[in-house]
Design a protein around this ligand. Sequence first.
Ligand code: IPM
Ligand code: MG
Length: 356
Amino acid sequence: MNLNIAVLPGDGIGPEIVDQAMKAVKAVCEKYGHELTYKKGLVGAIAIDETGDPYPEETHALCMQSDAVLFGAIGSPKYDNNPSAKVRPEQGLLGMRKKLGLYANIRPVTTFPSLLHKSPLRADLVEGADFMCIRELTGGMYFGRPQGRSEDGNTAYDTCIYTREEVERIVRLAYQYAEKRRKKVTIVDKANVLATSRLWRQVSQEIEKEYPEVETEYMFVDNAAMRIIQWPKSFDVMVTENMFGDILTDEASVITGSLGMLPSASIGIHTSVFEPIHGSYPQAAGKNIANPLATILSAALMFEYAFNLMEEGKAIREAVTASMDANVVTEDIAEQGKAYSTSEVGDWIATFIVSQ
Ligand code: IPM
Ligand code: MG
C-alpha cells in the first residue's frame, strides 16, 4: 500500500515526539512492505513566526492532499502570557479541526499493567480500566460566536452553540463504537444548567431508541469528573461536548500513570488527524526528555483508522508495551535514575518493530 502522510510537528516538544513516531511509522512500512510518502507542514507558533498564520493555506492544502495527518503539539508561553496577542497558536489547531471537518475526537483511555504503580489512584481501581471518550471537536464554546470583549474591556463573553445535526452525528458515532465494545454509552452533559446540554439530552434520548441493545447512562459533567477517579471501570464509551471532553480526558489520562501516554484520532469529513492528547510541554522542548509514547500510539491509531491496517497498528502497540516492560522509558514513568531519552525510546521501539 502507498501511504501518503502529512506531518505537522508544531511547537515545544512536538518536533521531538513526532520524530520518534515517524521512526515507528517507517519501521512498520519497512516490515510490511508499504511505500511511505510524507511531507512536513507548519502549524502553531512556529507557523506564526514564519508566515504570520498559525494554519497557513499551504499546510491546509497539504492536509487535504494527504491520506492522514500526524500531528505533534502546539502552544507557546510567548502567547500564553500575552492575553492580548491577536493571533494565537491554538487558532492553528482549531482552524485545522474546523477546516478538515474533524467533528469527532476519539480518545481511548487504557491502562498499562507496568504503569499501574505510577497512577495517583489505587491500582485496584485502575487495573483493567478501558474506556473511550468521544469528544465533539468542532462545536460548542470553542467555536461559538460572538466571542470577545465589551468596548471598555471589562466584560468578556463566549458563546456555546450546538445544532441538532452536530449532536446527532457524534452521539450516533458513540453508539456505533459501543456496539462493537461492551455496549454501554455514557452521555455527559450539564442539562440541569445549560440549554445546549438539554438539546444534547433530548437528541440523545431519541437516538438511544435506535440502539436498544446498548445501555445508555446520562451523567452530569461534575459527577462524571468524580466517577472517573472513583470508578473508571464503570465506563465503556463516553460521549460529550467539546469543552467537557477536553477537561475530562486530561483527567482520565493521568489515572493511567502519565499524561504522556494517551493518543487520539480526530475524524470527520476530510483527512483524519492523529495526535497525542497532551500539549507542547515547552519546559521540556529541545531537551530530549519528553515521553514520545502518546504520539507513537497515535501513529498506531493512524494505521488502524486511516488505512485499516490492523496488524501494523498492533505491531506498534506491542512494541510500546515491550519498551515499558523493558523499562526503556522516559523520566515521567521511569524509576528514579533510570530514564531513557526521547530518541532512545524511539530508536528502541523502531528496532523492536523491525526485529519482530
Ligand atoms: C487538546 C488541547 C487543545 C484543546 C488546545 C491546545 C487548544 O488541549 O487537544 O486537548 O483545547 O482542544
Ligand atoms: Mg486538552
